[in-house]
Each structure stands twice: as C-alpha cells, then as structure tokens.
Design a protein around this ligand. Structure first.
Ligand SMILES: [Ca+2]
Length: 440
C-alpha cells in the first residue's frame, strides 16, 4: 500500500480503526473477510440452555452468543451426528454421499470421499487457515481424514464418541485410543472440554495474517458422561442429572474462555461465532423440552437446535428468528456473512437475512430422511407446517409446529391440500438423488 492509498483509506475509516486493523494478528488486513468459528456440541437437547429453560446449572456464556447476536428457534439438524456434520460441512443433505445419513462406526469404508465438497476446502481455497478441534465422525479411512478434507490442523478424535479422560472408545471389547494431532495418534492428558478449549485459544493466538475457519466440535455433552473432580463436588448429588449439570457447566465455562480470548485478542468484530448442537438429546439424559422425541427420530426433539450466531455490526444483538433454517444452510450462510468466496453450489441456501433482519422470512420447504434398522422416517417442514411419516407405524401426520410445538394434534385430516403440497415437496427433493429416495 502506498502512503497516498493509506491516507485515503485512513480518511474513509478513521486512522485509529485502520491502525488497529493492522496491529492485531487475525484481523484480516485488506481481505475484508471475517473469521468463522463454528462451535458444535454433541447430543445437547434444545432445552439444555438457561435461555431455553434448563434448571440446575447455568449457561451464561453460551447464551451470551444469542444475547449479542441472533437466536434461531427453528434451526433443523438431523437425528444423528454423522448426518448433521455432513450437512454442516457440505451444504447439502447428508444423502449426497453414501452412508452419511446414519452413523459411521470404526473401520467403515464409508466417509467423506476424497473429492467431497467440504467447508474447510472452500474456506482454504479463499485464503483461510483452517482447523478442526474435537470431533470428526465423517470417516476414519485416509481419504476422509480431516487433514485430507481441507483442515490444515486437526486435534481431536475420528469416531462417534470418546472417553472424556482416557480418549478411547470400546471397539470389539477393547479400549482403543482415538486422539490425533494431525496424522499422529498421540494422547494428551486431560479432560476433553478443557483440552479442546486450550487448543482453540492457542489457535486464536497464532500470529497468522490469514482469516480463519475453525470448527470447534466438543464431544460434550455426549455420553458416557464424565466431569472433573471439582465439578463433581459442585454438583455432589450422585445422579445422572448432577453429572450432566457438571458436564454442561464445564462446557459453558470453556466456551466462555473462547469468547474471552476472542475479546482479548481484539477479534470480536471480525469473527462470526456460531453455536449449535448436532442432534437432540438421547433418552437417557438432557432435555429436548418443549418438544417431544429424542435423538434418532425426526420428531422436533430429535432435530431442533437452539442455534445462535454473533457478528457485531452485522448481526443485531438480541435478534430472534422463528423461520425455518436447516443444517445445509449453515455453510452458504456462513460464507456469505464472512464475505468469503465459494467455488461450488449448495443445496442449502444463503439465509443470512434471518441472521441480520428482523421479520425476514423463509417460505421454502426443507426435507429430511432418516433410516434406522432399515425403517424409514420422512419429514417436510414448510412455514408452520411439518409432515412426518414413520415406516414403523405406517402413519403420516401433519402438525402446526408453531401453535403445537409438542406435535400433539395431527391435522392431516383437516388439511388434505397441505399434506399433498408437502408430499409434492418431498417427491421433488427425493428425485434429485440417484437412486431417488422414494415416492411419498
Ligand atoms: Ca451427536
């Protein structure tokens, strides 16, 4: 930059802000692009935050993201980890790649293919540094490894669940270590929520002029629950609820540490922070209130996430949206909010308007399929309506999930035209896949 250009830009922006921009690592001088941090937690239910009604512990730090930004009350994910994480990273329904609709187990051949679409590849191609800290669950074969999917740095685990302290998973009756630092399987002593946070803060502190894309994917509060001794003492009751409270307490405190680091490093105004869960809570712990159902089902309790996002100056504080948003929309929306370029097209849509504009609407339908034990569930959501089919019972039901979030009154008989319209949406969506996903 010449002195003349500097003075022109200084006059436009105010010299103070320009100098500040140039003085801090990660402030993205000259790119105009924002950093992107996705915080994804595992199996946390919709009702597990103070802001959504949780009792017995508090989540002020997580809720701060929503207070300082937007909360989406109808953000749909999928009923299991692999499906949602595929959708977040590809911008497509998980059926885009074979086997990603269900749950990947250790040693499966399936996973993100070598030539996949992946958020990390998109951001990297646009000049971002990229890292995954925490859970992957998108394949453990070499072509699917995070380092081969656009993540320059990987610190975490490949499989679906991990022991919070031992960093192992039981495979064929044996405890097998599942902790990686890039290509090397190498254990570190500590509690996963603390370790991932420490690593994330180190990443934020790195002096690198490039903007960043960081996927911080905690294994908490997935079972098998475990918490550090100090937190066990804070919640001394010997119940599963007390243990869950301790795990959530640690998660919230650690997310607070990340937000504090972002503030301390002067990155807040340049960083899109997104918080979301990957699926509803399982039956054994957590709360999906006010919804019915759990992980592994297309009931609202299985697929609603209290998604929050913060980007000061772009996302107004305290905004609430009750419009339909879904996991494939997260990547195109994040790219757009960050001002990053993309080389590909997505099934998901850039819905940044829901993040930035009070009263913005999304009239489009979103379709879901989930198959467990060869039994299919289908769902379509469009505006206030949700149509859901279960092969186990052979039933198709229609709910007004705005008026009846607990899905208690089937309105299908009253509204045959809406049933027909939503089936039509599903059939058009289904036909995009080869082979198609069946006619409803
Ligand atoms: Ca999960």
């Amino acid at each position: 930059m010449t002195r003349r250009q500097f003075l022109q830009i200084s006059a436009a922006l105010g010299a103070g802000s320009l100098l500040a921009t140039f003085s801090v690592a990660g402030k993205n001088p000259g790119t105009g692009k924002k950093n992107v941090l996705w915080i994804v937690v595992d199996d946390m239910g919709f009702g597990d935050l103070t802001s959504t009604g949780a009792k017995g512990y508090a989540t002020p730090n997580i809720d701060r993201i929503g207070k300082e930004g937007v909360t989406l009350h109808r953000s749909y994910v999928y009923p299991v980890c692999t499906a949602t994480r595929t959708a977040f990273l590809t911008g497509h329904s998980p059926q885009i790649y074979s086997g990603m609709e269900g749950v990947l187990l250790p040693g499966y051949e399936l996973g993100l293919p070598e030539d996949s679409i992946c958020a990390a590849k998109e951001f990297k191609a646009d000049g971002y540094r990229t890292a995954l800290i925490g859970k992957w669950h998108l394949g453990d074969q070499p072509q699917s490894h995070p380092n081969n999917q656009g993540f320059e740095d990987f610190y975490g685990f490949l499989w679906g669940e991990t022991d919070y302290f031992k960093h192992t998973k039981k495979v064929g009756g044996k405890e097998v270590l599942d902790f990686y630092q890039n290509g090397k399987k190498e254990d570190v002593e500590g509690y996963t929520t603390d370790l991932y946070t420490d690593k994330a803060i180190s990443f934020l502190e790195e002096k690198d002029p490039r903007p960043f894309f960081l996927l911080l994917a905690y294994n908490a509060p997935h079972y098998y629950l475990a918490a550090p001794q100090a937190l066990r003492e804070k919640y001394p009751d010997n119940s599963e609820e007390a243990l869950y409270a301790a795990v959530m307490d640690s998660l919230d405190t650690n997310i607070g540490r990340v937000l504090d680091a972002i503030d301390r490093l002067g990155l807040a105004d340049d960083t899109l922070v997104v918080f979301t869960t990957d699926n509803g809570a399982p039956e054994k712990n957590g709360s999906n209130a006010p919804f019915k159902g759990h992980k592994n089902s297309l009931d609202e309790g299985g697929i609603r996430s209290p998604l929050m996002a913060r980007l000061p100056g772009v996302i107004p504080p305290g905004l609430r949206s009750d419009e339909v948003f879904s996991a494939p929309d997260l990547l195109p929306t994040s790219l757009a909010l960050a001002g990053a370029k993309t080389r590909t097209s997505f099934e998901g849509k850039d819905l940044q308007k829901l993040f930035t504009t009070d009263g913005a609407t999304n009239p489009d339908a979103r379709c879901f399929r989930y198959k467990k034990s060869e039994k299919i569930q289908r769902a379509v959501v469009k505006k206030q309506w949700k149509l859901i089919y279960r092969e186990t019972t052979g039933t198709t039901e229609l709910f007004d999930v705005e008026k009846d979030p607990g899905e208690s009154v089937d309105r299908a008989a009253e509204h045959p035209q809406i049933v027909s319209e939503l089936k039509g949406e599903w059939n058009r969506w289904s036909a995009k896949f080869t082979p198609d996903l069946g006619v409803w």
